[in-house]
Design a protein around this ligand. Sequence first.
Ligand code: PGA
Length: 258
Amino acid sequence: MGMKTYVVGNWKLNFNVGESSIYLHKLQKSLPNYRDVEVVVAPSMLALQPLSLQIDRHKMKLAAQNAFYRDYGAFTGETSFAQLRGIVDYCIIGHSERRHIFGEDDKMVGKKVEAALRNKITPILCIGETESERSFGETADVVRDQLLSGLRDVAEEEIDKVLIAYEPVWAISTTGHSKLASPDEVAEVVKLIRKTLSELYGEKVAEATSVLFGGSVNPSNAGAYLTVPGVNGLLMGGSSLILSEFADIIDIAKRVKS
Ligand code: PGA
């Protein structure tokens, strides 16, 4: 299949504008132009605009970490997808930290996915179960529900502009747990995601949709996750903050791809 492999770095609340710019400069300098690996970085909101002037879009793309679903109005403190249009190509939506720290529910996540598409920004829709949901055997239901509500307003002709990221909350490095998802566990949930996509849009579309994995990805496990059947890329936090690790993972993605 000619699908791209995605390597997405979520910087979360790290790096000021100057640090972001230096990082981007160094990464861009060292990075060849990989056509089949799509490299994406998600800096803080404040750094997006200056970085959009600095970035070489042939080599990598910018993502926002979040945005609000209304285009303008009395929404103090928010930034809209409409304002980000032309600045970013992607936006992470429904990250577990947005859901669990900032109380975003499935309904809001669905509205954000719709707003991103309306503004020509590719949503990276994050879904994943918590540790207790997994221990109660609820993983399949949780992932299915999050997917159904996240894609509620996505028509068949738009689904090829959506990326899905499976991120089990218990495997994210900053949750305080040191558990890693095994490739088999990832494979099982990714299969389920594609099954749900197939119910919604048909089998062909389900196969063509890009599904990423995230959760404590680093240079020593990236290769294993990238070879899980059905996984088309990686979303990482911690490892993307260390330039050499992020560059290594991009390189691994390139090698796995060829
Ligand atoms: P991590 O974060 O790679 O540090 O586990 C992943 C994420 O939160 O997207």
